[in-house]
Ligand binder design. Structure first.
Ligand code: APR
Length: 239
């Protein structure tokens, strides 16, 4: 059973801090979450078509509209205090987000287990690179592969697709070797990201959830810090 509390334990107690982040950490950058009353899926159900591999290639334009738009808005807004706090304390970041804000904040080794909307992948050849390279090469609103000219898609992992094995292995290693595991702004509803907290707990780490919605985050967690990640993490990084 986890116990609610408004603060995180002192950082000095820990040698290796890992943070698994979700959409909630980027809300302050103007990006929506996926679930819940104001979640993207509630207010714009067609967004879901941009999230399932079964609709590719018919949904490529919608994918650019949803994921490309999200990435652009995120980069315009810039990292939030919570992104910067995790970089400042040297936390190892595993993120489900594709907005690139952890890298921009300075967590340059952040593991993007759901890919990145800042990168594109060719639908035909093996080209994979920065989305801006595809846009520049295309000369038309539909970004095209600079190598073969075929359409490209955002390099995000869709439902029905497997995660990059190397990224997942790195995430598992981080969870299994840390002594503090923070889940920040994630509903914990999507595997395999949701397997990381139990892995950290089994390895002996202190496991804490940070979310403004109070409730029991599940048996893997020792504690729930109920609050806005922006406040909780900024105060913690300054303490
Ligand atoms: N601080 C901390 N947490 C917050 C904040 C905030 N300011 N605002 C919202 N949250 C919390 C919500 O209460 C919710 O628990 O963030 C969580 C967001 O949950 P989801 O919308 O389910 O997003 P996420 O967990 O990242 O989804 C995981 O599902 O849709 C797929 O691939 C997509 O990566 C995504 C994955």
């Amino acid at each position: 059973m986890s116990t609610a509390g408004e603060r995180l334990p002192p950082r000095a107690q820990f040698d290796r801090i890992v943070a698994l982040t979700g959409a909630g950490i980027s809300v302050a950058a103007g990006l929506g979450t996926f679930r819940g009353p104001d979640g993207l899926w509630t207010i714009a159900p067609d967004v879901e078509r941009a999230m399932h591999a079964q609709y590719v290639p018919g949904n490529v334009d919608l994918m650019w509209q949803v994921w490309g738009g999200m990435h652009e808005r995120a980069q315009e807004a810039g990292p939030t205090p919570a992104h910067r706090a995790l970089a400042a304390v040297g936390a190892e970041v595993i993120t489900q987000n594709v907005d690139g804000l952890h890298h921009t904040a300075g967590s340059v080794d952040a593991i993007e287990i759901h890919g990145s909307a800042g990168r594109a992948r060719c639908l035909l050849c093996t080209w994979d690179g920065p989305a801006v390279e595809a846009a520049r090469a295309s000369g038309d609103p539909r970004p095209r592969c600079p190598r073969c000219g075929e359409l490209v898609r955002p390099a995000v992992v869709l439902f029905g697709e497997s995660l990059d094995e190397a990224a997942l292995a790195a995430a598992r290693r981080a969870a299994a070797t840390c002594d503090l595991f923070l889940a920040v702004g994630t509903s914990g509803r999507v595997a395999p990201a949701s397997w990381l907290a139990p892995l950290a707990r089994a390895a002996g780490a202190m496991v804490i959830n940070i979310d403004p919605v109070s409730g029991d985050p599940g048996p893997a967690f020792h504690r729930q810090v109920t609050g806005d990640a922006q406040r909780v993490l900024a105060e913690w990084a300054e303490s």
